[in-house]
Ligand binder design. Sequence first.
Ligand code: ARG
Length: 275
Amino acid sequence: MKIKTLKKLLGFATVALLGGLVLTGCGKSNADNSLKNIQNKKELVVGTSADYPPFEFQIVKNGHKQIVGYDLMVAQAVAKDMGVKLKVVNTEFPSLISELQDKKVDIVMAGMVSTPQRKKAVDFSKSYYTVKNVLLVKKADADKYNTAASLKGKSIGAQQSTTQETIAKKQLSAANLVTEANFTSLTSELKNGTLTGVVTETEIADNLVSTYPDKYAVAKVPLTTPKEDAQINIAMQKNSPALKKQINKTITKLQKNGQLDKMFKKAQQLQLEYK
Ligand code: ARG
């Protein structure tokens, strides 16, 4: 009996040892080239969805269309610190994660928060902005919607596959939810009266209100932003520790030297300038 147990134990130990060797082997063949690959091609490709000022939006400067915004300023700094050029790929927000998984882009910067669900699919850098959510309404309705119940039966918009979609579903469940792949469609529908309100982040709403003070207002209905929906980060393919380390280094630097704040303010001004 005793010998049998001993044999069994030895058997387990052998299996564990072999398993360990196999795992170590795998680790070696999958060396982390996440940063090296980008440096070798001398280009960092960032995926974004340029419908989200001040994070990213299109302007026409000297007759040329250009994508600008806070995310792009941070992206420029990240690319510069890596010693590579920046290339911007513009796609609709709902397809950004799969573009990243399919390696069509190296990173995603799109005012994207690191939800637990997204964390299963991709990795995230440290945070470079914190957001909250509000309901954007027409100026004329500024004092009309003060509770979730007051929105019963009203059409409320949120961008598809965003945290706003989840927040609207959970917190404004009495309203009819309308989703669009493009954020710009939501503000048009709000303007033409198809929608009563749009769930969005404070920065987006505030910027729209200050750009078009006679068109929009922030409703008083309180919305809660869950902790996991508040941190904006740079997304990258899973298992890219070298890339993540390099990106975090740049973010920390920009945080410490006050550049992040400056970039955000500059992006807000750009929106006003090119509205
Ligand atoms: N922060 C929200 C999210 O991560 C919305 C981001 C929308 N971004 C955009 N570029 N349209 O789900």
